[in-house]
Design a binder for this molecule. Sequence first.
Ligand code: NAD
Ligand code: MG
Length: 444
Amino acid sequence: MVKTTNQSGASATAEQLGRSEFLGTESGGPIFFQPCANGPTGVTILGATGSIGLSTCEVIRHNPDRFYVHGLAAGHNVAQLFAQMREFRPARVALSDSGAAVELKAMVEGVRGDEGKALRNIEILVGEQGVCELAGDGAAGMVVGAIVGAAGLKPLLAAIKTGARICLANKEALVMSGQLFFNEVKKSGAQVLPVDSEHSAIFQCLPRDLQQNLGFCDLKGAGVAKLLLTGSGGPFRDTPVEQLAAVTVAQAINHPVWSMGPKISVDSATMMNKALEYIEARYLFNAGPDQVEIVIHPQSVIHSMVSYRDGAVLAQLGAPDMKTPIAVAMGFSERINSGVAPLDFTKVGTLTFKQPEPERYPCLYLGIEASKQGQACTTALNAANEEAVAAFLQEKLSFLGISEVVAAVLDQLSGERALSLEEILAVDAKARQLAQAEIAKRGR
Ligand code: NAD
Ligand code: MG
């Protein structure tokens, strides 16, 4: 029986954590647990107040017999976290912003009666350290990684160490650390399941022994010729390229199909999101650079595909709603309710596909090239992009400036290593510094 040790040094069996029935794989690969065979599984949601965090709460609402909320972590959205504390009564919450934590404590103090007593029993942790402590306390059988950006890396590494099931939405953390991430997964026996819809689709189209061996798959051995990563092409897929210079923030965050947080919405408009997903796919499925292909599919009905050696192509279809991939990851290997309505094929209409144009999506090609160069380049790409997108959202950089800044940062870096956490954080910091200088040069 696998044991985990929590912060106070007490160890809990997998059964006590709700991860009871351990399954061996036919190939003799890693053991996998089936959530909820012996009562509900405790879930910690990192990034609980965001778009993915809220959808995760919705999946939990649909499955009270399977899941309960152990912990919730967020940045500074006090009102949302407070509402979630009232509804789910977790054991612990964490806010990375210390000012927000003070505000939250005051709100809790202000609640009278039995509810006030119950809320005061919820431990409030503070700062990056508090978020990591919650992520790594070992008291949750499942951790949903939905913090946006590089801020999610340390909490995820803490969660991986506990051997929990990791439902991974936070693609930036994987892009910046791939090899280290999966080395830690191997050491602890944690299970990684993708939440990103494209990776969930590919996951669903792969055979079981590959599903249970993410990070270390043998695609060729399983007869896989290619992973076909689909993308909608974002809000500017039909905009004349010469008009992209004038794109505003409001236009960029208005995604035609998906409703998401602001950073990923901008990434979808530049298709840096697809570049990050290409890198994410390479790490998750242990794929070579030519084993992943990107296809524009504006209707977003097919969420991605796997093309096999024998000519068969398996696709996963569904409504564009993140609750489906969240439910796939949380429920695996069972299919659970997500609250998503089934796809109505009479309303789907025509499905179309095309190749992404390099002149429209420079970020996509920067990302593919960075992935070929190796880990330090993808770490730098992610950091430079985060700085550039933040500057764009603050109207300090133009839309086209995002790809210019990322390209300039990658040009200036060479010979870096990003294998250990220290090296990764050093490359990340250096790329951010270079990006700030590039943003200042183009400042508006
Ligand atoms: P969001 O901006 O809506 O939410 C981000 C969450 O992270 C919030 O709860 C915020 O409080 C929290 N957060 C931010 N900084 C933090 C910090 N330093 N410490 C702790 N918490 C912090 O973002 P989102 O759209 O939910 O995306 C979250 C992640 O999921 C991203 O990595 C994104 O790429 C990925 N993802 C999102 C979608 C989607 O449909 N929204 C789809 C696929 C993947
Ligand atoms: Mg995606």
